[in-house]
Structure formats: structure tokens, C-alpha cells
Design a protein around this ligand. Structure first.
Ligand code: NCD
Ligand code: ZN
Length: 345
């Protein structure tokens, strides 16, 4: 049976576009389906000042193919030297929509991140005052905490104390991967949101490790046990306002993934909407796909939902390329290991 589903155009509330040749190659993959995206600032060097964000936005718009429309929502990378006045000016002008907290060493290009939360308290207080959301990579990085526990420990030892000590700070828990993450997000009221990636709804840690190591399923935060994947699926498909899509589509070339110390990141921009439709159908929740992809995110950020729409049609399996070509090398597209029956028109 063929049937179709029309949604407000979706947005991606956590996206890595990179720069240069990689940017040119991956931007159309997102702009084809998505209206806007929160653009991660973890370039080398990172996007720290308003002027960096303005220049990066111009490079993104210059890389957009003719005839495509897409609005990059810029962010600043929080460092221990962030200038609160520069940040507030970039927010007041409409240039930036969020600030990103990377604990130093947590993930790809996070060396300039924050070592001590107390050192950024004045910046966080200013953000609370002006209503600028903080997007948080929620993992502790200390060697004594097991990598599979890093999110849950971060919630208890960093996130919750930080939110209590900076009342009114609006926070997005980025790419949650655990039941604890979903539970904490639900408990936080209107100032707390959480993004969920496409791939964490599909894979658990077995996909990375069983039958040989699968570098294309390795990302950070790393996929957890099946019980956590199921908790994320329940959260994403619940329609609850605090949960929205942030793909964390994070391209790395195949040589950089397929090496002895491979990079973290799954590239999902190309097939995300087909994968999500499949997941929501499996959960009998297609009527809540629009809330997750197109409504809850703008509502959290105080932006209008997109006014145009996309239509998904169910029929024969849709085939996406296994890789996309970039002038830096091939990038493997996330393989959900299931037939995708929903085509995006
Ligand atoms: C991201 C990247 O490659 O920039 N990698 C990832 O595994 N998600 C960084 C990040 O968001 O953690
Ligand atoms: Zn990311």
C-alpha cells in the first residue's frame, strides 16, 4: 500500500557542517530536506567570537547550491575566555541562537572546551539574563569514569548543580543516549530541552562491537545498551515538548573513520528523514513525527515553525548512496540495516 504524510518542513537542532570541501559536499544533503539547523562551532580553530560566527555563516551561505534555501542558525563555542559582551551582542543582532558547551576533551575538536564550569559562571549568568540557550555536550571526561557511564555521571555531578546555581539558564541536553538523560530532560520544565539523534534510535552498542568493530557506528556519546535505545525511542515518539531532533550528523572521511584511532561521528544527513519515518512507523507514532522534527525544536528556541512542508510517501524500498563523494575523500552514509520504505518527495 502506498500512502503519504505531509509535515511542516523539519529542522535539525544539532548539525556539523565542517568547512571547505566537506561543507560544500554535505550542505546539500541537509538543505534538501531541512529548513534550518543549529550549526555546531567545533571547527579548527573553533567559532568563538561573533565575528567568527558571521564569517562562518557567510561561508555556509556561499556553499549553498543555487535554488536551495536553508537557514544556518549559528552558535558560539564556549571557552574559558569567552567575552560575555561579544556574545550578548551576537545574540542581540540575531546572529547566534545558542552557545555550545564542550567539556574539554569530550569529543572531536573539543580541546578548547571548558575545564572548570566555575570559570564560565559569569557567561552563563549573562545567558540566563538574555535568554540565550546553552547547548551541552553532557559527558564527563575524567579517566576514572567508564565511557558508558559518562552521560549519567555528568547529569548528576555537573548538569544538575549547574542548572541549580544559574537559575533561568535555558539548556539543551544534546544527543542524549540514556534512560537517565530522557528522565532528567522530562523533569526540567520549560527551560530544559533534549535533542535525540537519528542513529541513537536505531543502534545500540552491539552494532559497534559484535562481529568485528564497525567504525561507522562509532560516535560520541557512544551508543549504549538496548534498554537505553528503547528509552530514547519512547522519548522521541512521545510527542513531549522537551524532545526534538538533533541529528548530530558528523561527517568524517572514510580514511579518518577506518583507522587504528578512528574519529567519532555518524553521517546521517542524507537519509535521516526516511530512517525517522521508519522508526516512527515501527513505534506506531507517525502522527508524532512532525512534533519531533518540525514543531518542538522551534517552540523551544522561540522561533516559528517552518511554513512550507515536505511529503513522505510509503512504497518500494528507497535506496540512498552508501557514500557521498567530497573533494576531501568519501564519506559513508549511516546504514540503518533495515529497508527504508518512506521516500521524501
Ligand atoms: C562530533 C564531531 O565529529 O564533530 N562527533 C560525534 O561523534 N558526535 C562531535 C560531537 O558532537 O560530539
Ligand atoms: Zn555533535
Amino acid at each position: 500500500m502506498t500512502y503519504s504524510l505531509t509535515l511542516r518542513r523539519p529542522d535539525d537542532w544539532h548539525l556539523h557542517l565542517r568547512d571547505g570541501a566537506m561543507l560544500r559536499a554535505v550542505l546539500p544533503e541537509t538543505a534538501r530536506h531541512f529548513g534550518r539547523a543549529i550549526i555546531m562551532p567545533n571547527l579548527v580553530p573553533p567559532v568563538v567570537r561573533g565575528s567568527d560566527a558571521a564569517a562562518y555563516r557567510d561561508r555556509i551561505l556561499a556553499a549553498l547550491p543555487d535554488g536551495m534555501s536553508f537557514e544556518p542558525l549559528m552558535t558560539l563555542y564556549l571557552t574559558e575566555d569567552t567575552d560575555p559582551d561579544d556574545m550578548a551582542a551576537a545574540h542581540a543582532s540575531g546572529l547566534i541562537k545558542a552557545v555550545k558547551l564542550y567539556p574539554a576533551g569530550a569529543t572531536t575538536n573539543s580541546a578548547s572546551g571548558v575545564r572548570n564550569i566555575d570559570s564560565v559562571r559569569p557567561v552563563l549568568e549573562r545567558m540566563a539574563e538574555i535568554g540565550l540557550p546553552l547547548c551541552v555536550h553532557g559527558e564527563v571526561t575524567t579517566a576514572d569514569v567508564d565511557i558508558f557511564d559518562r552521560e549519567a555521571v555528568f547529569i548528576d555531578t555537573v548538569l544538575d548543580p549547574m542548572r541549580k546555581s544559574v537559575p533561568g539558564l535555558r539548556v539543551v541536553m544534546e544527543h542524549i543516549t540514556t534512560r537517565q538523560g530522557a528522565e532528567y530532560a522530562r523533569s526540567g520544565g520549560a527551560d530544559l530541552g533534549a535533542t535525540i539523534t537519528t542513529h541513537h534510535l536505531v543502534i545500540n552498542r552491539n552494532h559497534i562491537l559484535v562481529g568485528g568493530i564497525k567504525p561507522h557506528y562509532y560516535c560520541l556519546p557512544v551508543a549504549k545498551r538496548e534498554e537505553h535505545r528503547l528509552a530514547l525511542r519512547a522519548a522521541a515518539t512521545s510527542g513531549e515538548a522537551c524532545f526534538f531532533l538533533g541529528t548530530d550528523s558528523a561527517p568524517h572521511t572514510d580514511p579518518n573513520k577506518e583507522m587504528a584511532c578512528g574519529c567519532a561521528g555518524c553521517f546521517t544527513a542524507t537519509n535521516t528523514m526516511s530512517v525517522l519515518a521508519q522508526v516512527f512507523e515501527q513505534e506506531d507514532a507517525l502522527n508524532r513525527l512532525e512534533a519531533f522534527c518540525s514543531l518542538n525544536g522551534p517552540a523551544f528556541y522561540g522561533l516559528p515553525a517552518n511554513t512550507d512542508t515536505i511529503t513522505l510517501t510509503r512504497g518500494e524500498p528507497v535506496h540512498y548512496p552508501a557514500k557521498i563523494d567530497t573533494d576531501d575523500g568519501p564519506v559513508t552514509v549511516f546504514d540503518p540495516q533495515m529497508d527504508l520504505l518512506w521516500r521524501v518527495d
